[in-house]
Design a protein around this ligand. Structure first.
Ligand code: 16G
Ligand code: MG
Length: 642
């Protein structure tokens, strides 16, 4: 890798300065560098080099996406994708910042040389690279993609130039969603087919298998899938529009999508449309004709780079007034910001509800697989050890699978309670951002993770998939071998159980293929939600009835330096300033019942975010205000006191 060549190429990408001549400082943030697109060329050029160095150190291709997700169209950003298909390890974010902020050719060369001296990736690659065949493409190699922002082509060219200048090869994939690029890198790591068509084919085949397996198992007529009415999708005028069209084509007639806000009109991207808008404001997208839809129409919103989704519907007119004025879980920020025209209230199915839905189905399928087989006279002959059932009596030999749901501090307490108490599954809380949730989910055999804002997926470990596949094969052979035993009553009961378990295996394995295994993905999210709703014969109202959200509120507080707030316990508490946390504790105690609140510095904006939930709307508003005041008073608030 040629540092001198890189430094001379870097001269074409000078770092920006502010109006008073100071250097703009870049920080990696919750999900990469993100700011006004006009300021990013030097950062993106240097990130191209970082992705190349990371590829060299890991011995595998890495990725880079030019996107600012749900931000306004003038913004842009860069997210680095690690060779495994996940996000850049947190330990490398400091390297990215050092490179982005290196001042002058000497400093740049110094940072790069230090990086090139690294001989191993620091964190172990998970899973380890498959043994045997040499990596393809050979390192250093960077896969590159961008969303539809006007600054995208130039920034992608800058990223490519940076990677090439340091000696890497680049595959520029043009426009893609963020999860598609993650999938390309994930597939390359495993030696799988990685063309865009392969991504659609995998998802479509998984969806087909998922819906077929569920329909085969649907015994009571009430469980037969409803005819698929078109789902109305708000594409946020982003890159998801074209990709959803391609996905719908790949799935054929089994999934009808009515794509709205699928233009490339200047300024339209994320402008009062998209998952972020719908989730934060709890209203339908302001464009796309959502106000004219029949109440109850099933709708989905994705964000600008299609890595998150929320479902919603527009309630009956009489319910709408109630929802608009008194919806318990609406955020307090909503009313102030929805001034354009009276927005159409939406009944929201956020990331918490999606996680609960997916976890419910996984738990149901596992219950069918892991239940004890009925063995004639088994209860009359307890095993010598006194154990009531040998482990092998399950359709899945070996230890029970550990299924967990990973959320953040923002998850509504009612959803956590539903997962833990109604489903009986493990729950875990991670810090905000996919880079924190994903590794936590990997600690389970099946880890479902979602942020309330709609970012998430379900991860099946390789070992789990191998176990499920093996057990399914064994069971299938066993069933074929006993096809003739149907006249025997005991045998026929066992046969029915075995068939049911076989169906559950098929559905679980199909689920793992319909979902993007690399990262949360709005496209695969739609497939999975649709398949589960169909399998359960559920309407949106059935889904909504899983649990009722506790009233919650979010507010922003501006402070002189949000860095003074240090969080702990997955951001649920602050270790500093101590007086701020003490005041928050007092406010929570006063709110009583199931009240909860926290304050954390944003990783994407210069604000402190306050979240509160309580048993009543009045209670939560008072709590949010008290916590905002605690932040203002003890963490250096600026402007007007909340
Ligand atoms: C980024 C994160 C998102 C997180 C949000 C929080 C990814 C891919 N995106 O958009 O997960 O919810 O930041 O922003 O990780 P905040 O730190 O400003 O609250
Ligand atoms: Mg996004």
């Amino acid at each position: 890798m040629d540092v001198a060549n890189f430094c001379s190429a870097a001269e074409a990408y000078p770092p920006p300065t502010t109006s008073d001549g100071a250097r703009v400082a870049f920080s990696y943030g919750t999900a990469g560098f993100r700011t006004d697109g006009a300021l990013l060329a030097s950062t993106v050029f240097r990130c191209g080099a970082l992705a190349a160095v990371r590829s060299r150190v890991t011995g595998r291709a890495t990725g880079l996406v030019i996107t600012a997700s749900h931000n306004p169209e003038r913004d842009n950003g860069v997210k680095l994708v690690d060779c495994t298909g996940g996000t850049l390890p947190v330990s490398w974010e400091a390297h990215a910042e050092a490179l982005a902020n290196a001042d002058g050719a000497d400093a740049l060369a110094r940072v790069l040389r230090a990086l090139l001296a690294l001989s191993d990736p620091a964190e172990s690659l998970h899973p380890p690279p498959p043994p045997g065949s040499p990596p393809s493409p050979p390192p250093p190699h960077v896969f590159l993609a961008r969303d539809t922002r006007p600054t995208g082509p130039d920034l992608a060219a800058a990223a490519e130039a940076g990677a090439v200048a340091i000696g890497a090869a680049v595959t520029n994939l043009g426009e893609m969603t963020t999860p598609q690029l993650h999938y390309v890198v994930y597939a390359a790591y495993r030696g799988w087919p990685r063309a865009e068509a392969d991504y659609y084919a995998r998802l479509a085949a998984g969806f087909e298998a998922l819906t077929t397996a569920a329909a085969d198992a649907a015994a009571p007529p009430s469980k037969t899938p409803a005819p698929a009415a078109a789902i109305v999708v708000d594409c946020a005028d982003g890159v998801g529009a074209a990709k959803l069209a391609a996905l719908a084509e790949a799935t054929g007639a089994s999934l009808a999508l009515d794509l709205r806000n699928a233009t490339r009109a200047p300024g339209a991207l994320n402008d009062r449309v998209g998952a972020d808008y719908v989730q934060k404001e709890r209203v339908a997208p302001s464009r796309g004709g959502f106000d004219a839809l029949a109440p109850g129409t099933r709708c989905v919103s994705v964000d600008g780079d299609a890595d998150r989704l929320v479902y919603f519907d527009v309630p009956e007119p009489e319910a709408e007034g109630k929802n608009d004025g008194g919806d318990d879980s609406k955020t307090a920020t909503m009313r102030a910001s929805t001034t354009i025209r009276r927005p159409v209230a939406a009944r929201l199915f956020d990331g918490d509800k999606i996680a609960a839905l997916v976890a419910t189905r996984v738990a149901e399928l596992l219950a069918r697989i892991e239940r004890r087989r009925s063995v004639p006279n088994a209860s009359a002959e307890p095993s010598p050890s006194g154990a009531s059932s040998p482990a092998s009596s399950s359709f899945l030999p070996g230890p029970a699978l550990r299924v967990g749901v990973v959320q953040t501090a923002y998850a509504n307490g009612a959803s956590t309670r539903y997962v833990a108490e109604t489903l009986g599954l493990a729950t875990a809380c991670a810090k905000t951002g996919v880079k924190h949730l994903h590794p936590e989910a990997e600690t389970f055999d099946v880890g479902v993770y979602f942020e309330a804002n709609g970012h998430g997926t379900a991860l099946f470990s390789d070992e789990t998939l191998a176990r499920l596949e093996e057990a399914r094969r064994t069971l299938s052979a066993e069933i074929e071998g006993h096809e003739d035993d149907e006249d025997d009553e005991d045998a026929s009961e066992q046969h029915a159980e075995a068939r049911d378990a076989l169906g559950a295996f098929a559905e679980l394995l199909a689920l793992s293929r319909a979902i993007n295994p690399a990262v949360g993905d709005a496209l695969s999210g739609v497939l999975v939600v649709e398949a589960v709703l169909r399998a359960k014969g559920w309407t949106l109202s059935d889904w909504d009835a899983m649990y009722a959200d506790l009233p919650s509120a979010q507010v922003k507080v501006t402070v002189a330096d949000r860095g003074v707030i240090v969080t702990e316990d997955a951001e649920r508490r602050a270790s500093a300033p101590a007086a701020m946390q003490a005041a928050i504790d007092r406010a929570v105690t006063e709110a009583g019942g199931r009240a909860r609140a926290f304050a954390r510095p944003s990783g994407t904006e210069d604000v402190v975010r306050v979240y509160a939930e309580a048993e009543t709307r009045e209670g939560v508003e008072a709590l949010a205000r008290d916590v905002a005041r605690a932040v203002y008073d003890h963490a250096g608030g600026t402007g007007e006191r909340p």
